[in-house]
Design a protein around this ligand. Structure first.
Ligand code: NDP
Length: 452
């Protein structure tokens, strides 16, 4: 690292103590963009690193609501408006008991670079609450969402900040949030993405993150004249991203042998085919049950309580649950068992030790901010359709998503080869490539716009 990057990293550590996920995300980016900083003194002269690691605005608010028994409950709400240099703030809302400011700052920071990579005009933001939708009735979720939006609506808008879903925020929650926004502001606008089709949503938005991650994996494999046909794949999670990622892998002839939730994972050596996946979707989206029921329902499948799937031998791994779900040792186990590709559907699912293991083993590693950017890219397409008051067909949206993922791959690949010293004929450092490509566009826009 250069003097400049070391100094900024020290300042960020001192200012954000107690936010380990945010520091991890900043360290990963700063450690890989050093070659661009050394080659372009303007970034240091304009204090771009100091500015890009500080959110433009952070909003924290009380969310009071009443449960079905009439008890008063209080949660904490957040919106981190991280960077608007290239467009309105854009990024999801997460409802999960683990949510705190540090988690949302890491997600917002990652979102800035990811959104830049999509080539669309979107800044970065993230928000959410420590509210846990699990075990709550629909009416409780609705009352919480209405209270949350009563405050959030002051800070967002179709040209200001456009939230979407994330963990714990799916179609149901987006509906309640949108309804309350519309009621308070008396306007029907594209202020949220991930809306249902009959009131402004886009076809392919639910599928986009999972499909896009698979398209990115295809592009990485193509650099080695390979494809997904017949590949054994290990997937974590069983939510929105995991479900559609498994659907696309099946369509392309791969065999998915695991899925998981926060309690454990199932291993099905026969493969989770389309029919079994439909059962999982009903289990998770309608009955809101646990993945362990899969092993009770399908003969030959096994359930592993309290474990993650990374010890299952595979050709390709797709973490699609949450941050830091693969540590250094688990990454080493994946590699030892023959895994040749990791593409991240979740945000920052691999810790820094794990990333170093992938890079040392020179496997195909697609980091989250490139590999899962299809979700937010399609949110950008939803915003474009809302502005035009038009709906594009599934084929049109999917073709645009595919082309965006091909471009993101190409952009990360080219920037890695231009700037990262450790690329070889057989190896591309996509971490460096994605970080550099994402950074340059935002940093140059910040310089153009002066000291704001
Ligand atoms: P969902 O809430 O639909 O699903 C999350 C899945 O991950 C569930 O299976 C959940 O299990 C599991 N999970 C959540 N927390 C943990 C945990 N602490 N340990 C183990 N498993 C856990 O969320 P999404 O599918 O939308 O999001 C998954 C990941 O993808 C997140 O990292 C998100 O930030 C990222 N992402 C999502 C995008 C989107 O478009 N939705 C876009 C880009 C990234 P359980 O059922 O038990 O809760």
């Amino acid at each position: 690292m250069s003097d400049y990057t070391s100094r900024v990293l020290e300042q960020v550590r001192a200012k954000n103590a107690g936010e380990p996920e945010f520091l991890q995300a900043v360290q990963e980016v700063i450690s890989t963009i050093a070659p661009v900083l050394s080659a372009n003194k303007k970034y240091e002269d304009n204090c771009i690193l100091e500015r890009i690691t500080e959110p433009e605005r952070t909003i924290i608010f009380r969310v009071p609501w009443q449960d079905d028994k009439g008890n008063i409950r209080i949660n904490r709400g957040f919106r981190v408006e991280f960077n608007s240099a290239i467009g309105p703030y854009k990024g999801g809302l997460r409802f999960h008991p683990s949510v705190n400011l540090g988690i949302l700052k890491f997600l917002g920071f990652e979102q800035v670079f990811k959104n830049s990579l999509t080539t669309l005009a979107m800044g970065g933001g993230k928000g959410g609450s420590d509210f846990d939708p699990k075990g709550k009735s629909d009416m409780e979720v609705m009352r919480f969402c209405q209270s949350f939006m009563t405050e959030l609506q002051r800070h967002i808008g179709p040209d200001t900040d456009v939230p979407a879903g994330d963990i714990g925020v799916g179609g149901r929650e987006i509906g309640y949030l949108f309804g309350q926004y519309k009621r308070l502001r008396n306007e029907f606008t594209g202020v949220l993405t991930g809306k249902a089709l009959n009131w402004g949503g886009s076809l392919i938005r639910p599928e986009a993150t999972g499909y896009g991650c698979v398209y990115f994996a295809q592009e990485m494999l193509a650099t080695k004249n390979d494809d997904l046909q017949g590949k054994v794949c290990v997937v974590s999670g069983s939510g929105n991203v995991a479900q559609y990622l498994v659907e696309k892998l099946n369509q392309l002839g791969a065999k998915v042998v695991t899925m998981s939730d926060s309690n454990g994972y199932i291993f099905d050596p026969e493969g989770i085919n389309a029919e079994k996946l439909a059962w999982v979707m009903e289990l998770k989206n309608v009955r809101r049950g646990r993945i362990r029921e899969y092993a009770e329902h399908f003969k030959g499948a096994q359930y592993f309580e309290g474990q993650r799937p990374w010890s299952v031998p595979c050709d390709c791994a797709f973490p699609c649950a949450t941050q830091n779900e693969i540590n250094g040792q688990e990454a080493a186990t994946l590699i030892k068992n023959g895994c040749k590709l990791v593409a991240e559907g979740a945000n920052m699912p691999t810790d820094l030790d794990g990333i170093n293991n992938y890079l040392a083993a020179k496997i195909l590693y697609g980091p989250a901010k490139a590999a899962n950017a299809g979700g937010v890219a399609t949110s950008g397409l939803e915003m474009a359709q809302n502005s035009q008051r038009l709906n594009w067909t599934s084929e049109e949206v999917d073709a645009k998503l595919h082309s965006i993922m091909v471009n993101i791959h190409r952009n990360a690949y080219d920037h890695a080869r231009e700037f990262s010293g450790d690329c070889t004929a057989d190896f591309t450092n996509y971490v460096a490539g994605a970080n550099i490509a994402g950074f340059v566009k935002v940093a140059d826009a910040m310089i153009d716009q002066g000291l704001v």
